[in-house]
Write a protein that binds this ligand. Structure first.
Ligand code: AHM
Ligand code: MG
Length: 337
């Protein structure tokens, strides 16, 4: 432990390099780290749900016992609002932008998060995660916040990351200078640097997609899948298929082993003709991380980080991972369009 770098030390060192840094980002990050520990503790107890309850029932004190995803959302909003450095937040769980009340100190940062992604996996003890994306407001801090402050392109992100609640709890993030992974040592309650400067292999061997929906995909995506399964592809053998159905877990595996994650457009459901995953709280942060690790992220044709968002809960088709694999997808889309 004495030799290990904690996440707080790492952020402090990083912030020293940033000209004009005021310590605001460090404060925000500290609150995120604490929230991750609190949520991680609750996730670890999720198997005791029938005993401890996370059910929406009323407990013995007459309080409503929150479901785990609502609990995670509440923890993040409560803690981050008190960081003193945010002017607004947006959550996958809330329809609208959450402005920090005027009664609290405010700052120039904005955070967008998915408090507990993949929460349908909780009951079967499968990995889930928290995803976050951090921006700075663009409008005059003395004036009213504008929706364009929150609806910024992914390329404007200051930092992005995720917490993976798995066999260990891990925090993986980028501040634009590479991707670093920290593992929670529960005995001391600290995230320790375990994966410095993560690089995604240029060529993957894994594709991750919900193949059950293939009949509802456009012809480009069907062609992409055929490529990954063909013995005539770059590997000269079919890729392995791996799909947990929990974005953070699927992404994390591909980041370390190489591979491509895909959630294409689904043409069957008129509610999600452009895919399921949300640009602001899911695709943008993952795209920033994957690019910083040497990979790519596109919506089929365009770089995800260049997409101008038009609303808070916008969904896009999403292809991200190893550079060579994502290039194949883009080439197929370009040749067919
Ligand atoms: P959620 O935000 O409602 O949890 O949904 C997002 C999840 C991702 O974690 C995962 O990649 C995807 O939904 C799985 O969807 P599907 O079951 O359609 O394959
Ligand atoms: Mg989600």
């Amino acid at each position: 432990m004495s030799q290990q770098v904690t996440v707080t030390e790492h952020i402090l060192l990083h912030q020293k390099m940033v000209p004009g840094a005021t310590g605001q980002f460090t404060r925000l990050f500290n609150e995120l780290v604490l929230s991750a520990k609190i949520i991680g503790r609750a996730v670890n107890k999720a198997g005791l749900v029938d005993i401890l309850g996370f059910t929406g029932d009323i407990n013995v004190q007459g309080e409503e016992v929150k479901k785990l995803d609502e609990y995670a959302n509440r923890i993040l909003i409560h803690r981050l609002a008190r960081s003193g450095v945010l002017c607004a937040m947006a959550s996958e769980e809330n329809a609208d932008i959450i402005e920090v009340p005027e009664s609290l100190p405010r700052g120039e940062y904005i955070i967008v998060f998915d408090p507990l992604d993949g929460s349908s996996n909780i009951d079967v003890n499968v990995n889930i995660g928290t995803i976050f994306s951090i921006f700075k407001r663009k409008s005059d801090p003395a004036a009213a916040l504008m929706s364009s402050d929150v609806l910024q392109k992914g390329s404007e992100q200051v930092a992005a990351g995720y917490v993976l609640y798995g066999s260990s709890t891990m925090l993986v993030f980028t501040c634009g200078d590479g991707v670093h992974g920290f593992t929670l040592d529960p005995s001391v309650g600290e995230f320790l640097l375990s994966h410095p400067n993560i690089r995604i292999p240029e060529q993957g061997k894994i594709y991750s997609v919900n193949e059950g929906y293939e009949r509802y995909w456009d012809r480009h995506t069907k062609q992409v899948l055929a490529y990954f399964k063909s013995p005539q592809n770059a590997l000269r053998k079919p890729y392995s298929g791996r799909y947990i159905g929990s974005l953070v877990a699927d992404f994390h595996r591909n980041l370390l082993y190489g591979g491509i994650f895909m959630y294409p457009a689904d043409l069957r459901d008129p509610k999600k003709p452009t895919g399921k995953l949300r640009l602001l709280c899911e695709c943008n942060p993952m795209s920033f991380i994957v690019e910083q690790a040497g990979g790519l992220a596109i919506d089929g044709l365009n770089r995800v980080l260049d997409i101008e968002p038009d609303h808070l809960h916008q969904r896009i088709p999403f292809f991200c991972g190893s550079r060579n694999d994502v290039r194949v997808v883009q080439e197929i889309y370009e040749s067919e369009s």
